[in-house]
Design a protein around this ligand. Structure first.
Ligand SMILES: [Zn+2]
Length: 394
């Protein structure tokens, strides 16, 4: 058991509005702060002046510390590159769900080691920009052994693994959708469920319709997986209402929502996760996260990192875009990228800096968290700590 005093914190964002030293905002900010970790956990948080001694000492020299970012939506297990498709899209070609087939072909052709190396590389990028927890989906194998392989590789990197056999219908099943759905709900789910926590469906034009989505998610629920849905990215399908009905942890994208969707979300246990990287990279109007917050919906912010429609690993960049283009305040965007992500993963031990929680945090070389949005694209995260250990940076 080793205790470590993290001292000299100019601004500490705790996301704990109950701390007596914190300001009254949801971010629970403490100035001139310190915290103490014991192994993987936080055991003390407060003002520098009151900090007790510890076995080890780190001086943060006035930096800002925020909870580690919780990226609740990513597709890191893949091979190949779709830069040409991105280039064509920026010249006017529309985004469709069909491009996923390109990545499926490359992923099927890759070795386990190649796939693992790619996840490791992207995971390192995430760690370097302050992300301490990431959800990783399968979805580029789309056959029994391929999906089982993707789920297994994902589980080497995170406990937040999502089975997404229902990403699109693969080409070999183009004339037999029902056959593919049977495969997903049967042998594929059987092969993946033990290593996954979540089940997801891309419910949209060109992917799966509402009835198919219900069938697949209900099969997952019977295997003790909790649903999350790619919902209303390309059009309004009813997937948000279905997500609320099935107690999905999150409905993600949400570009096309009406007042009934917002009301139903606001009265539910389901988070709306917006992914500004996908809106940016497919050049569509941003999801209206401002309207969601104003309607009382809990909003999370995630990268949706994938090679086709959102090839970014940077939560700070997502925060900047959410502030600039989705009209979140810097405080709302930071909360959505930390506490909101944790809620989208139904975790209470992360996304908050408080006694008894995981010692996961990012050190920002700036006098305030506002710099995450104020200085877009600048690498301000100098250290990332996970489970009480320096994980990235120096
Ligand atoms: Zn996605």
């Amino acid at each position: 058991m080793t205790t470590t005093l993290i001292d000299g914190i100019g601004m500490l964002v705790t996301n704990d509005s109950t701390h007596p030293d914190g300001d009254a905002s949801p971010l629970g900010i403490i100035e001139n702060a310190a915290l103490i970790t014991c192994d993987a956990d936080i055991i003390w948080v407060g003002r520098h002046d009151n900090a007790p001694d510890a076995d080890r000492y780190h001086d943060m020299a006035g930096a800002t510390i925020v909870p580690g970012f919780v990226d609740s939506h990513s597709h890191l297990v893949f091979a190949g590159d779709r830069a040409a498709e991105f280039g064509a899209r920026m010249c006017g070609n529309p985004y469709t769900a069909g491009g996923i087939a390109t990545t499926v072909a490359a992923t099927r052709a890759a070795t386990d080691d190649e796939l693992r190396a790619n996840v490791r590389r992207l995971r390192a990028e995430m760690a370097g920009s302050g992300t301490t927890t990431v959800e990783i989906k399968s979805g580029y194998g789309l056959d029994v052994s391929g999906e089982a392989r993707c789920v297994s590789i994902a589980s080497d990197f995170t406990e937040e693994v999502t089975f997404l056999g229902a990403h699109v219908v693969p080409q070999e099943f183009a004339t037999d959708r029902a056959g593919y759905i049977e495969l997903v709900c049967g042998p594929m789910l059987d092969a993946c469920a033990a290593q996954a926590r979540w089940i997801d469906v891309f419910c949209d034009r060109g992917a799966f319709d509402l009835d198919e989505t219900r069938q697949i998610l209900e099969a997952g629920i019977r295997k003790n997986l909790t649903p999350r849905i790619h919902a209303h990215q390309l059009e309004r399908t009813g997937a948000i209402e279905l997500g609320v009905e099935l107690d999905a942890a999150s409905v993600d994208h949400c570009n096309h929502v009406d007042d009934a969707d917002l009301l139903s979300l606001a009265n539910s246990n389901t988070v709306a996760t917006v992914v500004p990287g996908a809106d940016f990279c497919t050049r569509v109007p941003y999801a209206d996260a401002r309207k969601m917050l104003d309607a009382g919906v809990v909003v999370a912010l995630a990268t949706d990192c994938n090679p086709g429609s959102s090839y970014t690993t940077s939560m700070p960049w997502c925060i900047a875009v959410a502030v600039r283009d989705m009209r979140l305040t810097p405080a709302e965007a930071l909360w959505s990228a930390t506490g909101g992500g944790a809620q989208a993963l139904r975790r209470s031990d992360i996304g908050v800096i408080a006694v008894g929680k995981r010692a996961d945090f990012a050190v920002i070389d700036a006098p305030s968290y506002v710099h995450l949005a104020y200085r877009p694209g600048v690498a301000l995260v100098t250290q990332t700590w996970k489970d009480g250990q320096l994980w990235a940076g120096q």
